[in-house]
Design a protein around this ligand. Structure first.
Ligand SMILES: [Zn+2]
Length: 210
């Protein structure tokens, strides 16, 4: 195939060339952690991730964010789904998949919202609808200077539910690329629950080491 010859896909984690029907190389897949990371966000939601944010996974996420290696999202979402199946699916389910939104100016600058790309793949792999439920209202670059408690309080004002009707009574899977303090996921989850969501489950590609 000409396309394959011109643009062979690369393993997100070691950057070796792989076949088109693969999402990562067999060596890297064999080295996946056996158990998913499970963390509780500051507001008490469960967040599940296949990886810890370190080494090749951290590099793959940085490439995805800054070098626009969109292909990586296929491997990330498959890993998330497998982590979810090991945990969430045992006693609960979700009805909608959504993402942590970026401001329009960020999306324009970057070209895409990385969490949205992952969330759309996760929705497809789990046969659930992807819906854009939240919008980000203001860019809060300066939030990095605030403390953790302040960030949670502060963040909440920067997210809105697009339509409360879509959210009411629903169990929602909320996707972000990386969970660090959990402040962002907490804020989004709180906004969704304030709008009537029954439950919010969180998942990310990687969770920062504590
Ligand atoms: Zn690899």
């Amino acid at each position: 195939m000409l396309l394959e010859w011109l643009f062979p896909p690369k393993c997100p984690y070691c950057e070796r060339t792989i076949r088109y029907d693969m999402t990562e190389c067999l060596c890297c897949r064999a080295a996946y952690p056996l158990d998913p990371r499970i963390e509780i966000t500051p507001k008490g939601d469960i967040c599940i991730a296949p990886f810890t944010y370190e080494g090749n996974v951290a590099q793959a996420l940085r490439n995805f964010k800054f070098r626009k290696t969109v292909f990586n999202s296929r491997s990330f979402s498959a890993a998330i789904v497998s982590a979810i199946r090991k945990t969430y699916y045992k006693d609960m389910d979700f009805e909608i998949v959504t993402d942590v939104p970026l401001t329009h100016s960020r999306i324009r600058k970057r070209g895409y919202n990385q969490s949205e790309l992952i969330a759309r793949h996760v929705a497809r792999l789990t046969d659930k609808p992807f819906e854009e439920l939240l919008e980000r209202t203001v860019d809060s670059e300066y939030q990095h200077y605030l403390g953790r408690e302040e960030r949670i309080k502060h963040n909440k004002r920067y997210y809105n539910v697009i339509s409360a009707e879509q959210v009411k009574g629903k169990t929602i899977l909320l996707i972000d690329d990386i969970m660090t303090s959990g402040a962002t996921l907490s804020s989004c989850s709180e906004v969704l629950k304030d709008a009537g969501a029954e439950r919010v489950l969180c998942a990310s590609v990687a969770i920062a080491r504590k």
